[in-house]
Design a protein around this ligand. Structure first.
Ligand code: GLU
Length: 429
């Protein structure tokens, strides 16, 4: 019997409402300039392309691709491309806004963008996915570029997707200009200009920020129980580093099922199982399958939502027993869900801080390509740690000084930086 997919389809309209509500309450708190508030409330450019691709059976299928460029006051647009059935213009809008806040908070010279293709990649062969990716890149044309808008991996896209994109984009240039355009995307495979450590960076960053929070609160991670929603790139790497520090993974949920083992789930074994099972954890024998609704109620210390948006809401937030929610996904907690968590004394490491390791490493990759350098893994981690620690301290100090929660503090820092740029430059003409 085919099982129903269980990660609830996020309502994209709600994601836009959610990000705008978060933004507006931070804008009130920071007393943001009214003109800047108007500018940041809306996206700069919204690109929708419909393009044909030849399938393995010889028939042509039409796909819809999106790229929303929210703001570029601080530098080129930056953000991932996801392949998922929930991708549409509203989802891309919300996710693009989150990227603007994320890059600003991290102190990067970037703006924010997001996009993708509305499809379920499990329904297509590798050859089809390659042709879809290449044709999408071609359709985007000069709407992306190494100093204009720089895509990266996101949900269901990876280094291979980026290699196809870079190759397609570079192939449209004259031979002498091709290499100059390698940094049109980040998150590429190492041999194709990618950065050592970029694959691990988002999940590593989630772990690093959890560790900073734990150290600050005098908590040791050894023996602490954690659960993860989503066992893709972010969920896996966050689990990997937490397990190395002695924490215990006791529950995992993905799009196919939810599993639980009080004694601990071996991260590497589960990863090996999922890799051989089309990425799914379904059928893993060394844990018990539980009801999807029971997942958020698992008694644990740390909960890591690392899947889609709008997962922790007024419907389930009151069940959460974790002391810390570390947001690996973008927009996993809605405004109502957050109110309940905060009222219950749950700490939150907000997405724009918690999952910023990925885009920070993307920035390093972009610099590496621009300068014709090859960075070593050790140096990447040292630099990543420094940036993440700086962001954490800034947010913590701001929250303490103003007596506000971490998310509002992170937003205030992000939007004030953009406000300064607008005030300095004024509005053309
Ligand atoms: N997709 C990732 C994110 O949501 C990475 C973006 C990037 O590296 O540009 O932050």
């Amino acid at each position: 019997m085919k099982k129903e997919k269980i990660v609830t389809k996020p309502n994209a309209k709600n994601m836009v409402e959610n990000v705008l509500e978060q933004f507006n309450s931070a804008a009130d708190q920071a007393n943001l300039n009214e003109n800047v508030r108007k500018i940041l409330s809306i996206t700069n450019n919204e690109i929708i392309v419909h393009f044909p691709v030849k399938m393995d059976n010889g028939k042509v299928e039409i796909f819809s691709g999106y790229r929303v460029q929210h703001n570029n006051a601080l530098g080129p647009y930056k953000g991932g491309l996801r392949y998922h059935s929930t991708v549409d213009i509203d989802a891309a809008r919300a996710l693009a806004m989150w990227m603007t806040w994320k890059t600003s908070l991290a102190g990067l010279p970037y703006g924010g963008a997001k996009g993708g293709i509305q499809l379920d990649p499990s329904l297509y062969s590798d050859g089809e996915l390659e042709r879809i990716t290449r044709r999408f890149t071609y359709a985007l044309g000069e709407n992306i570029g190494p100093d204009y808008d720089i895509p990266a991996p996101d949900v269901n896209t990876n280094a291979q997707t980026m290699a196809w994109m870079a190759d397609t984009y570079m192939s449209t240039k004259s031979p002498s200009e091709r290499s100059l355009n390698q940094h049109v995307v980040t998150g590429k495979p190492i041999e194709s200009g990618g950065l050592e450590g970029r694959t691990q960076a988002t999940g590593y960053g989630v772990y690093f920020l959890i560790k900073m929070w734990a150290d600050e609160n005098g908590i040791s991670l050894k023996g602490k129980k954690y659960t993860v929603q989503g066992f893709g790139n972010v969920g896996y790497w966050a689990s990997y580093f937490l397990a190395k520090d002695g924490a215990k993974l006791i529950g995992v949920q993905d799009a196919t099922c939810s599993i639980y083992n009080e004694k601990g789930i071996d991260v590497e074994k589960l990863f090996a199982y999922a890799s051989a099972n089309k990425g799914s954890i379904e059928g893993y024998r060394k844990a018990t399958e539980i009801d999807k609704l029971a997942f958020f109620g698992i008694d644990c210390d740390i909960l890591i939502p690392a899947a889609l948006g709008n997962q922790i809401t007024e419907k389930n937030a009151h069940e959460i027993k974790a002391k810390l929610v570390a947001e690996g996904a973008n927009g996993p907690t809605n405004v109502e869900g957050e109110k309940i968590l905060l009222a219950n004394g749950v700490s939150i490491l907000p997405d724009i801080l918690c999952n910023s390791g990925g885009v920070i490493a993307s920035y390093f990759e972009w610099l590496q390509n621009r300068n014709g350098e090859i960075w070593q893994l050790d140096d990447v981690f040292v630099k990543l740690d420094k940036k993440l620690a700086e962001s954490y301290r800034k947010v913590k100090d701001y929250a303490k000084a103003e007596g506000i929660d971490f998310r509002t503090a992170a937003y205030c820092i992000a939007i004030k930086r953009i406000e300064k740029a607008y005030i300095q430059r004024g509005i053309f003409p």
